[in-house]
Design a protein around this ligand. Structure first.
Ligand code: ZN
Length: 536
């Protein structure tokens, strides 16, 4: 997971800027250097308090006080993002553009800041504040509901969050931010420009390919004498010092720069960046499930290496980070899944893995490790899902979210039934309780709809990246040789160095002239899993 700190979150005190006019001042871009330096410092301060909280550095007695500190900083960021000074910056860039003398970086900053500004200004401040306050309460109600396995505790709050978002879409429309499908507004928050028109065929194609393949695999597993993957060693108890050494091995191998990043521990792993010179990741160790942290570290390293390799000339600007959630997820999933779960990677890492794990896997072959990392098991929990079934979990959420924003008569209380039906239809499993069903994810409790699809998009982008990279050099050989220098140089040239200067579509254009397509992702999944399970 990549922690994002949207201007739209955690705002409790809102300073509503009234000024929109003013004379076209004779300002220059560099007159705003101090303003942006201050804005970025505040964002870093906010991120630092969040890092402390999540990694257990905040003393328990100070949690409420520090939450207040974060709220105050957030409000200050909001105030700056909508201030007269920001509007003056916009006018200065626009004037420079008219004269044809604006640099690319200033234009990039303008694009991001103006988008935030327009979104923030579309919604009345008092309603936005009420929504923000509601998310704090709804999060704790979600925790209570999960604990008690009682959806009715959370349902009224979820309903209120949905009502707010439905209303906000209408406010955006009134402000001239118009979407073809109401749900596009939610998708656009996390992946600018993403629409139902693009996502519907994407998920249709995925469903058509994965659901039957999954049925074939399950039939093969159930068949007498069918494919049987050995997984017993995944449950071996691996002491934490060894697991920490494994983390170091991965970070060292894949090219994480320890001079500009650290690893911590948190309940829910994430990565967080303070610009390219300071990128932090976390993992969560479980003695009885070493593989969870192993792949978490690979995943978070993908996010971190992206942020660490932004071009130097973007340092100190708001462009000094990855461009969108989906492109960010493409980097983490490329490393975690496409590389980390490949046979070539296990060929390359096997000896080091055996050395670092000090004999715990003395009886396990390379092939057995590879196969165990790729076992397909339809399950109820998204975060535990294997690579093949993962996108089906996303599809369930996508379809429900789309219905919420297209059917005003659909209410929170209708959702658990829908959830269970779709899980049965796509994965062939049905939740027995709410905690393993609709209450498993935190996202909706924050009022975040439209976030999930970025995970599936990231997978599809990753496959397109793999396909493009293969044309430039022998990628399988590079993975087998653990030649991450070559791989990261390619990624940096096409993706990382651009930071947020280019948007998702422009990044994709650096990689391929085909545009977004599900084809390579579907081909990749089909070939890999058909081969693994011996299916024609
Ligand atoms: Zn992630």
């Amino acid at each position: 997971m990549k922690k994002i700190l949207p201007a739209l979150a955690l705002v409790f005190i809102i300073i509503w800027s009234g000024c929109t006019g003013g004379s076209d001042d004779q300002y220059e871009i560099r007159d705003f250097d101090a303003f942006f330096e201050r804005l970025i410092a505040l964002k870093h301060a906010e991120a630092m308090f969040i890092w402390d909280m999540e990694t257990g550095l905040t003393p328990p007695g100070a949690i409420e006080a520090r939450a207040n500190t974060i709220a105050v900083i957030s409000a200050e960021i909001f105030a700056m993002s909508t201030s007269d000074e920001m509007q003056r910056f916009f006018r200065t860039v626009e004037a420079g553009q008219r004269r044809g003398e604006i640099d690319e970086i200033s234009l990039g900053i303008y694009r991001i800041a103006k988008r935030d500004y327009d979104m923030l200004m579309a919604i009345p401040a008092d309603e936005y504040r009420a929504f923000s306050e509601l998310t704090t309460i709804s999060f704790s109600k979600w925790l209570d509901a999960r604990e008690a396995d009682d959806f009715s505790i959370f349902a009224p709050y979820l309903q209120e969050l949905i009502d707010y978002q439905r209303k906000f879409i209408e406010y955006r429309r009134q402000a001239g931010i118009v979407y073809a499908n109401p749900y596009d507004a939610m998708l656009d928050d996390f992946e600018p420009g993403m629409t139902v028109e693009i996502m519907d065929p994407f998920f249709d194609e995925l469903r058509a390919a994965i659901v039957p393949l999954l049925r074939d695999i399950m039939a093969e597993v159930d068949r007498e004498g069918g494919k049987n993957i050995r997984t017993d060693f995944l449950e071996r108890r691996i002491p934490l010092p060894i697991q920490r050494n494994l983390s170091q091995l991965i970070m060292y191998t894949v090219g994480f720069d320890p001079g500009r990043g650290v690893i911590g521990e948190s309940e829910h792993p994430f990565s967080i960046g303070f610009g390219q010179s300071d990128v932090r990741i976390t993992t969560n160790y479980d003695e009885d499930n070493f593989i969870a942290s192993f792949y978490t570290v690979m995943h978070e390293c993908g996010h971190a290496i992206y942020d660490q390799n932004v071009a130097r000339e973007l340092e100190g600007t708001i462009l000094d980070t990855g461009t969108s959630m989906s492109i960010h997820e493409s980097q983490s999933r490329f490393l975690e899944n496409m590389i980390g779960r490949s046979y070539e990677f296990w060929q390359g890492i096997y000896d080091d893995f055996m050395r670092v794990t000090e004999g715990y896997f003395y009886d396990v072959s390379m092939r057995e490790l590879y196969e165990a990392m790729n076992t397909v098991t339809p399950s109820l929990i998204r975060v535990d899902a294997d690579e093949l079934t993962y996108s089906l979990h996303i599809m369930v959420r996508y379809e429900i979210e789309k219905m919420i924003f297209n059917n005003p008569n659909l209410n929170a209380e209708d959702l658990p039934g829908l959830w269970n039906e779709k899980m049965q239809e796509y994965l062939g499993v049905r939740p027995e309780n709410y905690a393993e069903g609709i209450l498993q994810d935190v996202h909706w409790s924050y009022g975040e709809f439209g976030y999930f699809p970025t995970y599936a998009l990231g997978n599809a982008y990753a496959a397109q990246i793999w396909n493009a990279m293969e044309k430039d050099f022998d990628l399988s050989a590079a993975v087998r040789a653990l030649d991450f220098e070559t791989i990261n140089t390619w990624l940096t040239g096409k993706i990382h160095r651009h930071g947020s200067l280019l948007d998702s579509q422009q990044i994709l254009a650096q990689i391929t002239d085909e545009g977004f397509t599900s084809r390579y992702y579907i081909d990749y999944l089909t070939q890999k899993y058909a081969a693994l399970y011996g299916i024609q």
